[in-house]
Design a protein around this ligand. Structure first.
Ligand code: F0G
Length: 417
């Protein structure tokens, strides 16, 4: 297989092992892959690896698809990751008003979010290209994931997060895995601008999703879900959206799967933003004529992003898949989360945006009765314990507050009644 990096803005071509995360012109780079084998052969091999395991890469649900990810031989930094389940729960289907709902739970990845899929590829690439330090801006999950993979690869890790705006579980992970963690007095967008400057001027490898290898790894969410369905695509894939890296990755995965003949038709993408952080939704409503930048505010801190870096790539993904973009309120997000949580599945607030989005799209008649839907749960419930405690401390039909009692059986009996 051969691969090269092509700038989406100016067309400049760079070698695959370039350490640049974006083009000198400022444009984003796309990995252009040319697998040597036909899709038929690859599909059979992917299925064989799924059945028999893959000792070369510890049964990773990312590296199972390695012919489509990172060319050449060399270090592979794998936990392993991926192999996330597809779940069906009646209570959640009832809540969204749609029986054909399945949830692919990316919170089952080693650091508790889908970021591990992009990180295993980007950190492997950084190691192969001789980097000694890696950095990212993050709303929390990217930093947790990068910290873990950098520790494994023995790379120095530098994390830029917005001070006071990162969920406890995520910040704890970055510290625990040993990343140098900078709480920056700005929002995510400010952190990203700063780390991009550090990348340009100080030469630190940048592992945000503007790094094209992150996108390559995240494509495997789609490859794996297609494979789990016997390569029969659902009608819809629904994903929460912040910086739009995942939306871009899904679009690229679908385009490649189609071009290789791994699938016969394309599912439609539905991209869900939080209302208080919905510049992409606004752009979609105006036919993508303009790109917007907003001051973001939402309870779903993972997607509190006002100026998504992968806007252009995501526009392509939505257009190519005849996709839609919607936005849901914090209230809708928290209610959906409470339903997902109470079904014993659990997810963080941003992940619940996809379920809230399905409910909205079903209500609007965009998702039709009988359409098969796979919604992505992007992160684990333990990522944001603060959001859970706050929700259950407030009045509301779904609240489940803890009860303090004296150590007496009579108290237990009273509570059972
Ligand atoms: N869901 C979760 C749990 C996330 O952490 C993120 C992004 C998204 C959804 C949105 O994905 O940015 O590709 O559109 N988190 C990034 C971070 C920004 O720093 O962890 P996206």
């Amino acid at each position: 297989m051969s691969a090269k990096l092509v700038c989406a803005a100016c067309g400049e071509v760079l070698p695959a092992l370039s350490r640049r995360s974006s083009c000198p012109c400022g444009g984003l780079l796309d990995v252009v892959q040319r697998p040597r084998e036909p899709g038929r052969t690859l599909r059979a091999r992917f299925d064989r690896r799924l059945r028999q395991g893959d000792p070369a890469v510890e049964d990773s649900g990312v590296w199972r698809f390695r012919e489509l990810l990172l060319p050449g031989r060399g270090v592979v930094v794998t936990h392993p990751e991926g192999r996330t389940p597809i779940l069906r729960r009646e209570a959640i289907a009832r809540f969204v008003g749609h029986g054909e709902l399945a949830l692919k739970h990316e919170g089952h990845n080693p650091t508790g979010s889908f970021k591990d899929r992009g990180m295993t590829v980007a950190v492997s690439h950084a190691s192969r290209s001789g980097a000694s330090a890696v950095a990212c801006a993050s709303t929390g999950n990217t930093s947790a994931s990068m910290a873990a993979y950098a520790a494994q690869a023995r790379l120095k890790a530098l994390v830029f997060v917005p001070a006071g705006q990162v969920a406890a579980g995520k910040l704890a992970q970055a510290l625990a895995y040993g990343a140098r963690t900078l709480l920056v007095n700005t929002d995510f967008d400010g952190c990203l601008a700063l780390v991009r400057e550090a990348h340009e001027k100080l030469g630190i490898a940048l592992l945000n999703s503007i790094n094209p290898w992150r996108i390559e790894g995240q494509k495997t969410i789609v490859f794996e879900l297609l494979q789990q369905r016997g390569w029969d695509p659902p009608d819809w894939i629904v994903v929460p959206a912040g910086n739009l890296g995942n939306t871009a990755a899904f679009g690229k995965a679908l385009a490649e799967a189609r071009a290789l003949g791994l699938i016969r038709h394309l599912p439609r993408l539905a991209c869900v933003q939080a209302k208080g952080a919905s510049p992409f939704y606004r752009s979609y409503r105006g036919g993508f004529a303009k790109r917007y930048r907003v001051r973001a505010e939402t309870v779903a801190t993972a997607i509190r992003i006002g100026d998504p870096a992968s806007h252009d790539r995501a526009v392509r993904a939505i257009r190519d898949s005849r996709g839609v973009v919607t936005a849901v309120s914090d209230r809708e997000i928290l209610e959906a989360k409470a339903v997902v949580d109470a079904a014993g599945v659990g997810c963080e607030p941003a992940s619940a945006a996809s379920v809230a989005g399905v409910r909205r799209l079903v209500g609007e008649g965009v998702i039709r009765s009988g359409d098969s839907v796979v919604a992505i749960l992007t992160g684990h419930v333990l990522k944001d314990p603060g959001a859970v405690m706050e929700f259950h401390a407030r009045p509301g039909a779904r609240r489940n507050p803890p009860v303090t009692i004296e150590p007496r059986l009579s108290e237990v009996e009273r509570l059972l009644r």
